[in-house]
Design a protein around this ligand. Structure first.
Ligand code: DC
Length: 235
């Protein structure tokens, strides 16, 4: 059967990666978490002391480091998921913490960072049959993706989901701090000059405030199967 590309964009903590992973599993596709890539760049810069909380990000310093950053995804039998590696080290846990969340938006707004990540994302997806989630997948990375979803949900629902995600990793953060971080990232990601977060004109809107994870998967799978059937046959 023909394999399509599925692009999932949307606001922070809307459940994009949950849906993307489940869709990929159901379809036998690869799942690529592009947020993890921007988070890994941010972690590298934090560890090198190039950026720090409360100080404006110096784009020049970040750009100078880019060639020293190698990002890979490797499947873990333990977690049953693909995990993020930065220069050979598993950073799946570290990249999800608040320190990285605080600085990832300004780092990801740097033109050269985006150029490198988009190049890598296209390389990773070159064989097709891919579900990729992020902020600019349907608009910039794969403007011709056969299925584009744009996800949103009520802010309080998103705060609760993010809180549970952090708690499952043993990290306790106040609701107000999570809310501030989500709102600030949404604002910064939507208003940056390069590839801002926005719904592609041909993307389907999926608001999952009031639907369950299972219902959301069912809806998205139906859309994906329609696109697979209707997309042009392989030449
Ligand atoms: O999906 P996430 O919350 O892990 O993404 C972290 C940040 O990375 C997000 O706030 C903005 C940036 N990002 C981006 O600019 N473009 C993408 N395709 C994915 C993420």
């Amino acid at each position: 059967m023909r394999q399509i590309t599925i692009a999932i964009d949307g606001y922070s903590s809307c459940g994009k990666s949950t849906l993307a992973r489940e869709l990929a599993h159901e379809l036998g596709y690869a799942y690529i978490d592009t947020g993890a890539m921007y988070r890994a760049v941010t972690l590298y810069c934090l560890e090198k002391g190039i950026i720090e909380k409360g100080r404006a990000v110096d784009a020049f310093k970040v750009i100078k480091e880019l060639l020293h950053i190698k990002i890979e995804f490797r499947y873990s039998d333990n977690s049953g998921k693909s995990e993020t590696y930065l220069n050979g080290k598993n950073v799946e846990g570290e990249i999800r913490g608040m320190e990285v969340s605080e600085l990832v938006s300004p780092v990801s707004a740097i033109h050269e960072v985006r150029k490198m990540m988009v190049y890598l994302q296209r390389q990773l997806a070159k064989d097709g049959g891919v579900v990729m989630d992020g902020r600019d997948i349907g608009t910039t990375v794969f403007p011709h993706a056969e299925l584009k979803l744009f996800m949103t949900a009520d802010i309080n629902v998103r705060v609760e989901r993010r809180k549970q995600e952090l708690l499952s990793k043993g990290i306790a953060v106040k609701d107000s701090e999570i809310k501030r971080n989500l709102q600030r990232r949404d604002e910064e990601d939507s208003t940056r000059a390069i590839s801002p977060l926005k719904q592609a004109p041909d993307a389907v809107l999926l608001d999952n405030t009031k639907i369950t994870r299972e219902e959301q998967l069912k809806i998205a799978l139906r859309w994906a199967k329609e696109r697979i059937v209707n997309s042009a046959p392989e030449r």
